[in-house]
Write a protein that binds this ligand. Structure first.
Ligand SMILES: Nc1nc2c(c(=O)[nH]1)N[C@H]1C(S)=C(S)[C@@H](COP(=O)(O)OP(=O)(O)OC[C@H]3O[C@@H](n4cnc5c(=O)[nH]c(N)nc54)[C@H](O)[C@@H]3O)O[C@H]1N2
Ligand SMILES: Nc1nc2c(c(=O)[nH]1)N[C@H]1C(S)=C(S)[C@@H](COP(=O)(O)OP(=O)(O)OC[C@H]3O[C@@H](n4cnc5c(=O)[nH]c(N)nc54)[C@H](O)[C@@H]3O)O[C@H]1N2
Ligand code: SF4
Ligand SMILES: [Mo]
Length: 701
């Protein structure tokens, strides 16, 4: 007899601004079809290339089925099957010992962006750990510096809707690649282009987005602050700035104006590697084609000077009076419209004082003794794959091999990180769990129903937190709630202080799939009013001065040395790694993966191709490298092997290899063996893109 097909609505959980609405067709407990929700205003019925074949992910033959306990040496891949009870008991015993000897601080949860859900990420990263008094994680791998720059300068992370680009006469996409990383912007962009909107892309690489541009500029990485201040210099020189707007709506303009004298076109051309004529042309275009919108994301902030570079870009719409205009201003993120009530998320006041903070970008160093009061004795990883995705990964692997470190990894797959664990716990996929998702690219909330039962013995993050709470003998009611009760509690607490949730209830979300936030229509910062302390755009920022940072936008040309300054670097390597022959390695998003998520899915790996390195023909010729050759990409921190793609799609001096490859599927390493764990100028930000490498043919001795 034919089984009835159920249609279950949900949300894409991945780290992507689009947060799509999805529909799963289920027959007899099995998902048989998966597609974009036609009713979802942003998704409009289509999904990106990476999530379209999602059932291959959900029913992947390598999904973890049951808990595992290590029996061989760390990383040797020898396991025995254990029951959940046994696994939880082992964890509880080890943790009680560690807490007695070192304090709960010695236990560090490490989670990030496997899912962005309220329950499975936000609440699961807080409540249980707060109650235990565990070490806390400085979550600064992605956009911390840009977030801080935007909040301090404009007061909030607000951005216009994707469809509003049709009102822009000019769109400057600056260090951002939405064709891969925010795909649902693209139809609106094409529509706008058909309507006459001009598109400029500023990126050292000719990305998929740059191919759509009317004009692509490829500056030297990390020089965007100089570029922005150079454009500002020209705007003022040619009297294209809006003095009245600046006077009425900004703080510190006279001081910034004086500083602009330091950025004449000649100097900026030298710093950025762009011809002077291009600087003049771009400034004039920006002044003439209004309203003009600048679109940035996080790629641009992953530099040693990333925070200040973003600050400098943020000054441009103020100088031209573009903020608050329909089609003008700057778009970074919509995440500021709704912030979940922190007390309801974390119940901090009912917990011991927060444990010491560890910067997630420095995980390897922290495990190896950088953090020693107390040392990290146990690591619990969930929703993250640091060996593949965190900088300076060679050090992380070294740290994970410590015999006295008790590592638990909760995962869907046996990732590189999981392969070093003492205990591996199987996790549910999004189709098997309940959650609520807000977005950072739009303003709809989307509810995720569980569409199918958990795969084999898999459990959700929140269920594991509840299990751990029980194991540790914590019996606060907020450690026992079901996922829907968690959602209801956080919604109610948040709604009490944020009108954006007016009329939003759990029941409505469940029934109506997604609901818009209740926010003022029209452009953000309408009327030139900013939620900063001064109510204005803080070109001069007292809060930065108080932190000991430059309170005015600036370009500080901080350079990474590729790790060659390490005293323990072997002399042969040091001789090979001469500063003048280094290249800047950029490792932004891969088109077919989300960080390392999905990068073990055969059809997607095939479409993305062999792990590659794009290199300019001049740089390739100078190193005797031909298209398709295997090359060693190395620096003082480590190396990996890639296949050369000789291409004019990167500027000379720059090489590109997208992030996300699984080391264990690729000779045991990826690009993060070379990336730096130095921190940026603001907010403890990662600096993946400040990375100098040396490239040579693999067969060269
Ligand atoms: N397909 C796909 N989508 C994703 C992700 C993914 O891995 N794959 N990751 C998700 C995540 S975690 C995030 S944070 C977002 C990121 O979204 P984006 O910021 O759009 O992505 P990135 O590719 O990291 O960076 C964008 C571009 O910045 C350029 N860039 C790097 N350094 C500089 C610089 O100094 N100056 C300039 N002008 N450009 C520079 C890179 O060449 C790259 O093309 O995407 C999300 N979406
Ligand atoms: N070289 C380089 N590296 C980068 C970047 C870069 O630009 N260059 N970008 C960085 C950025 S922006 C980010 S945000 C980080 C992301 O880094 P991570 O947050 O570590 O993201 P992923 O590598 O995708 O790993 C997520 C893991 O979570 C698992 N997972 C998914 N859903 C669940 C769940 O519900 N429960 C559990 N327990 N596990 C789940 C997935 O299987 C996957 O292995 O990567 C960073 N890494
Ligand atoms: S990754 Fe982004 S574009 Fe793709 S389905 Fe998920 S939310 Fe939509
Ligand atoms: Mo990210």
């Amino acid at each position: 007899m034919a089984q009835e097909t159920q249609l279950i609505s949900g949300a894409c959980p991945h780290d992507c601004p689009d947060t799509c609405g999805v529909i799963t067709e289920v027959v007899d407990g099995r998902a048989v079809n998966f597609y974009g929700d036609a009713q979802h205003p942003v998704t409009q019925g289509w999904l990106c290339a990476k999530v379209r074949p999602y059932l291959e992910h959900v029913y992947h033959p390598e999904r973890l089925r049951y808990p595992l306990q290590r029996v061989g040496a760390k990383g040797a891949g020898q396991w025995r099957r254990v029951s959940w009870d046994e696994a939880l008991q082992t964890i509880g015993e080890r943790w009680r010992e560690i807490i007695a000897q070192y304090g709960a601080d010695a236990i560090l949860p490490y989670s990030y962006s496997g899912t962005l859900g309220l329950v499975q990420m936000t609440v699961s990263s807080e409540r249980f750990w707060n109650r235990m008094g565990a070490g806390t994680l400085e979550r600064s791998i992605c956009g911390a510096a840009a977030e801080q720059a935007v909040e301090l300068t404009l007061g909030a992370r607000w951005a216009p809707a994707y469809e509003d680009v049709v009102h822009s006469r000019l769109l400057i996409i600056w260090g951002h690649n939405p064709a891969s990383t925010a795909p649902h912007l693209m139809p609106h962009l094409r529509n706008a282009q058909r309507n006459g909107t001009k598109l400029v892309v500023i990126d050292p690489r000719r990305t998929r987005t740059a191919r759509w541009a009317d004009w692509h500029l490829a500056p030297i990485p990390g020089t965007d602050g100089a570029l922005a201040l150079g454009l500002a210099h020209i705007l003022v020189n040619e009297a294209c700035h809006d003095e009245d707007w600046l006077e009425a709506h900004t703080v510190g303009w006279p001081r910034l104006r004086r500083r602009l004298a330091d950025y004449p076109p000649q100097r900026v051309a030298r710093i950025t590697g762009l011809p002077e004529e291009d600087l003049l042309r771009l400034a004039r275009l920006y002044a003439a084609e209004t309203p003009a919108l600048i679109k940035v994301a996080d790629g641009i902030n992953r530099n040693l000077n990333g925070g200040q570079n973003v600050r400098a870009i943020l000054a441009l719409p103020a100088i031209t009076g573009q903020y608050g205009r329909l089609g003008g201003g700057l778009a970074y993120s919509t995440s500021g419209y709704l912030q979940w009530d922190a007390a309801a998320v974390g119940h901090r006041t009912e917990c011991p004082p927060p444990g010491r903070r560890v910067n997630m970008n420095r995980l390897g160093a922290a495990l190896l003794g950088d953090v020693d009061d107390p040392p990290i004795k146990s690591l619990f990883v969930f929703g993250a794959n640091p060996v593949a995705s965190t900088p300076n990964a060679g050090k992380i692997v070294e740290g994970l091999q410590r015999d006295d470190l008790f590592t638990v990894v909760h995962e869907l797959f046996l990732t590189d990180t999981a392969s070093y664990a003492d205990i591996v716990l199987p996790a549910t996929s999004q189709l098997e769990q309940v959650d609520l998702h807000k977005a950072y690219g739009h303003t709809y909330l989307t509810y995720n129903h569980a569409a199918i039962p958990p795969f084999e013995e898999a459990r959700s993050n929140w269920d594991v937190m509840r299990n751990l709470a029980e194991t540790m003998g914590f019996d606060e009611p907020w450690l026992k709630q079901g996922a829907d009760d968690v959602i209801a509690e956080v919604l109610a607490a948040t709604a009490a202080n944020n009108a954006a949730l007016r009329d939003v209830t759990l029941e409505r979300l469940q029934a109506e799939r997604s609901l818009p936030l209740n926010i003022a229509s029209g452009p953000p910062f309408a009327g030139g009013i900013f939620p900063t302390p001064s109510g204005k755009v803080e070109l001069y920022c007292q809060a930065l001065a108080d932190m000991g940072l430059d309170p005015l936008p600036a370009w500080a040309g901080r350079e990474d040395d590729g790790g060659v300054g390490r005293p323990d670097l072997d002399p042969q390597a040091r001789a090979r790694l001469r500063p003048e022959s280094s290249l800047a390695l950029l490792t932004g998003a891969a088109h077919h993966f989300v960080s390392s998520s999905l990068a073990n899915q055969a059809s997607l790996v095939q479409r993305e191709g062999t792990p590659f390195l794009e290199i300019h023909p001049d740089d390739a010729a100078a190193r005797d490298i031909g298209d398709g050759d295997r090359v060693i990409v190395e620096n003082g921190r480590g190396w990996c092997e890639l296949r050369a793609v000789v291409s004019e799609g990167v500027r000379p001096g720059v090489v590109v290899s997208p992030k996300g490859r699984w080391p264990r599927r690729n000779d045991g390493r990826n690009v993060n063996w070379t990336t730096s764990d130095a921190l940026a100028d603001m907010a403890g930000q990662s600096t993946f893109h400040s990375n100098r490498v040396w490239v040579r043919p693999s067969d060269e001795l």
